[in-house]
Design a protein around this ligand. Structure first.
Ligand code: GDP
Ligand code: MG
Length: 213
């Protein structure tokens, strides 16, 4: 398979332990639910190329791998991330209450323009719900986050969460709001984009200085 892509984005999956971060990453990469019998040490890292509106984007995704409690390890983890999935569990008010702390860390320690999508995971467990959709969507709006309810079990909205976050980053690049070349932006050009950049550009209108008239 070709490894050609236009951009590479560094992504994080953050939120309390037990909210389903590792399962979301596994579902996104493998397209199946990671069942509990698989007790291998957490996957710390996964990558996948997605097509977003005709652009190929390689997502390089980091999982906390069970280190959620250790605040000291987080600084290096956040450095230079372009996007993040901020995960809570819809059946646990406690994980929802913790969102503000996670958000503060991500905004303080992540890249300036980090794009965050809030994911209310375990959508399949609606009967045990402790956090309403409305409440969470208000929180998302107030904090300028995108928002989806997901299920790593059924796969519902899992791919969408990653794709929507990547699309927003691409939009910001295209509008000039985000400079991919800024150190720490969590973005790199891939081979495909570099080839385009190197190809001869169309003749540009002469600037005022060059114009002899
Ligand atoms: P992490 O600590 O945030 O990485 O959470 P895990 O991915 O290890 O998942 C914690 C527990 O929640 C495990 O028992 C999973 O099987 C379960 N789980 C994760 N996602 C879902 C989901 O979408 N639905 C249901 N029903 N269970 C889930
Ligand atoms: Mg985990």
């Amino acid at each position: 398979m070709s490894e050609t892509y236009d951009f590479l984005f560094k992504f994080l999956v953050i939120g309390n332990a037990g909210t389903g971060k590792s399962c979301l990453l596994h579902q996104f990469i493998e397209k199946k639910f990671k069942d509990d019998s698989n007790h291998t040490i957490g996957v710390e890292f996964g990558s996948k190329i997605i097509n977003v509106g005709g652009k190929y984007v390689k997502l390089q995704i980091w999982d906390t791998a069970g280190q959620e409690r250790f605040r000291s390890v987080r600084r290096s983890y956040y450095r230079g991330a372009a996007g993040a999935l901020l995960v809570y569990d819809i059946t646990s008010q406690e994980t929802y209450n913790a969102l503000t702390n996670w958000l503060t860390d991500a905004r303080m320690l992540g890249s300036q323009n980090i794009v965050i999508i809030l994911c209310g995971n375990k959508k399949d467990l609606d009967t045990d719900r402790e956090v309403t959709f409305l409440e969470a969507s208000r929180f998302a709006q107030e904090n300028e986050l995108m928002f989806l309810e997901t299920s790593a079990l059924t796969g519902e909205n899992v791919e969408e969460a990653f794709v929507q976050c990547a699309r927003k980053i691409l939009n910001k690049i295209e509008s000039g709001e985000l400079d991919p070349e800024r150190v720490g932006a969590g973005i790199q050009y891939g081979d495909a984009a570099l080839r385009q950049l190197r190809s001869p550009r169309r003749a540009q209108a002469p600037s005022a200085q060059e114009c002899g008239c």
